[in-house]
Design a protein around this ligand. Structure first.
Ligand SMILES: C[S@@+](CC[C@H](N)C(=O)[O-])C[C@H]1O[C@@H](n2cnc3c(N)ncnc32)[C@H](O)[C@@H]1O
Length: 274
């Protein structure tokens, strides 16, 4: 079949399966199968080689089963990086790119800051900070050995210097750090059923379900920050003011709520006194 016919058939299959953006996903999958960019799909109307067509059909079938596009592709873009992702890690989200943006602002006047990312997952936050603030020394932890294995692949893939440590929250990490950052799990158990199947059935529960990590992090980060150092947290939509009040009650100063491009309050940060 020609590229055009393959795209039409796959778009139809994905639409029937309830995939929210069937045409775009079909383009990503065909580009991946053919080893070209999405733009190059439209350069000529050639027949796709039979072996590539078989690969494409397998990818489309996985996506039609509502496996996330990022897992089917095996990689996902995050800021300037392309990261390996699979079901062992949360797929990095656009709002987390805002969290990194805020971290870079908080570090702007520090030439060689020490940074800790708690709950590193794929490595997205830690690696993006290491990439965009080359003076930073970045340590990252996760309680999931599976997630750390993916993060280690991404450290090797990007060639960036991030030290990975297995452990819950701050186990064995006294600091002090100029910045502690985290995108902790924040989906409540009653919200999980309302999530699309891509999230609810495929992404790791330990990365999704709220387990008190935000509160524990806020309480335990303060003594691990240098005076004037920052804690920056991604929060669920609608919970920023609660987390901001928590930080203020714990003694953080300059507590700030940051909005994403859609004006949703998704990042909260505060400074240690000093
Ligand atoms: C929402 S994911 C964030 C992953 C990545 N930082 C990102 O933003 O894409 C949360 C991560 O925290 C880890 N995690 C959950 N509870 C933890 C805890 N108590 N201590 C350390 N890591 C934890 C999970 O295994 C998961 O990788």
């Amino acid at each position: 079949m020609t590229v055009r016919d393959l795209l039409v058939a796959a778009t139809d299959e994905l639409e029937q399966a309830g995939v929210p953006s069937p045409r775009v996903d079909a383009e990503w999958l065909l580009a991946h199968a053919l080893g070209v960019s999405r733009t190059e799909l439209y350069v000529d109307g050639d027949e796709a080689p039979a072996d590539r067509e078989r690969v494409f059909r397998e990818l489309v079938a996985r996506r039609a089963g509502r496996e996330p596009l990022a897992y089917v592709l095996g990689e996902w873009g995050f800021r300037r990086l392309s990261l390996r992702v699979d079901p062992r890690v949360l797929i990095p989200r656009p709002e987390t790119e805002l969290l990194v943006e805020r971290c870079l602002e908080l570090l702007a006047d520090r030439a060689e800051p020490s940074v800790l990312d708690v709950g590193v997952g794929s490595g997205a936050i830690a690696l993006a900070i290491a990439d965009e603030h080359p003076g930073a020394t970045v340590v990252a932890t996760d309680s999931s050995a599976d997630a750390l294995a993916v993060a280690a692949e991404n450290v090797a893939r990007t060639g960036l210097g991030v030290e990975l440590i297995e452990g819950a929250l701050f186990a064995g990490l006294d600091g002090p750090f100029d910045l502690i950052v985290s995108n902790p799990p924040y989906v409540t158990p009653d919200e999980i059923g309302a999530l699309p199947p891509e999230v609810a059935e495929h992404e790791p529960r330990a990365a999704l379900i709220e387990s008190g990590a935000t509160q524990a992090m806020a309480e335990q980060a303060l003594p691990r920050l240098v005076p004037g150092g920052s804690l920056a947290l991604e929060v669920a939509d609608g919970r920023a003011s609660t987390v901001a009040s928590l930080l203020e009650a714990l003694g953080y100063e300059d507590v700030t709520i940051n909005e994403d491009l859609a004006h949703r309050e998704r990042v909260v940060d505060g400074r240690a006194p000093g």
